[in-house]
Design a protein around this ligand. Structure first.
Ligand code: 2P0
Length: 336
């Protein structure tokens, strides 16, 4: 079975866990699924396969990545009763493991493809909970548009669901790739645990999230992009501040990250709708409108250290793909 899922970019970030075994987030989060950042994954359970196999962007995956996928497939096997190993082939339309949310779209597509291959039909909530076991942000990539993730109290309550907003058709993200999409310096899983364990700002970060979620939900319901963008930028700075204050520091930013932030602040001072957010990598994603996106993209392309810029809008929910309708994804943007 083949499934396709969009990556998502959090506007209120997930950074810290309450339970590592069940991968329960410490707090909720809120995101936008993006049409231009796609993963397509095929899963076949194959008799006689000695171990699970993972081919990622045409290359046999390293032990760590394959191990994480195998552990996830173990959950699907226990749910379905299927006992045999699987061949997993996955392609991304963007650089993998560079802070562009590949684990979100990756585990969302894997959850859908693997459950269907194993003969299971899960509803959106159950799929979201399952995807969360692979990667917390993947719970959000099961759905399209704006999505809210609940931290919940138990395993059963920690899932995502879509949020309606009048902004969904007009919102755009300008994605500025910095450093050619090289693998990130710290994996987000270890980095968030390290932040929780050592950062004096972690408690303040956690206290911020529920208030930010309420503000973001109100902005979405009202169709107020300025309120949403202002909140998203502040939330991203708060998350990064907690990580930067970890001991030793988790610093994802590069000089070009700051150059993009300064450019966006300048454009905003000139009246443009533009707000920054950054994840576990140096790249900057700019929340904006359909009207302002082309100018922003043009300005960011001129900055030193920015290696690719793309404009994308809200993407759809994860879907199973008919094998005759499999698209060839465009190659990831090349480093210059
Ligand atoms: C987010 N990130 O909300 C935040 C912001 C990165 C920065 O979710 O350990 O790869 O697999 O649950 O989902 C990245 O964390 O972490 C992430 P795990 P995940 O998008």
């Amino acid at each position: 079975m083949t499934a396709r899922a969009c990556a998502n970019i959090a506007l209120v970030k997930y950074w810290g866990k309450r339970d590592a075994l069940l991968n329960l987030p410490a707090e909720g989060s809120l995101s936008l699924s993006l049409a231009g950042l796609l993963t397509e994954t095929t899963v076949q359970f194959v008799e006689g396969l000695a171990a699970d196999e993972l081919i990622l962007d045409g290359v046999t995956a390293k032990t760590g990545e394959a191990g994480r996928v195998s552990e996830f497939l173990d959950i699907v096997r226990s749910l379905s009763g299927v006992q045999i190993n699987a061949r997993v082939t996955s392609r991304n339309s963007f650089p993998t493991a560079s802070g562009l949310a590949s684990s979100a779209s990756g585990f969302a597509a894997l959850a859908l493809a693997a459950t269907q291959a194993a003969g299971l039909e899960l509803d959106g909530k159950a799929l979201s909970r399952l995807a969360r076991r692979g990667s917390g942000s993947a719970a959000r990539s099961i759905f399209g548009g704006f999505v809210r993730m609940y931290a919940g109290i138990r395993d059963e309550d920690a899932y995502a669901e879509p949020l309606a907003s009048p902004l969904v058709d007009s919102v755009r993200m300008v994605v500025a790739v910095i450093g050619g999409g090289a693998p990130k310096s710290h994996g987000s899983r270890d980095a968030m645990d390290h932040t929780a364990a050592t950062s004096p700002l972690y408690r303040g970060w956690l206290d911020t999230v529920p208030k930010d979620l309420a503000t973001a939900e109100a902005a979405l319901a009202a169709g107020d992009l300025e309120k949403l963008g202002t909140l998203a930028e502040a939330n991203a700075f708060a998350m990064h501040a907690s990580a930067i204050a970890a001991r030793p520091s988790v610093m994802y930013w590069r000089p070009a990250t700051l150059a993009v932030i300064a450019e966006i602040q300048g454009l905003r001072a000139c009246g443009m709708a533009a707000w920054c957010t950054m994840d576990a990598g140096p790249h900057v994603k700019v929340l904006t409108t359909e009207a302002d996106a082309p100018t922003i993209a043009m300005r960011l392309r001129d900055l030193e250290g920015v290696t690719a810029v793309t404009i994308t809008g809200a993407g759809p929910a994860a879907i199973a793909v008919d094998p005759t309708d499999i698209v060839t994804l465009p190659p990831p943007p090349a480093a210059e």
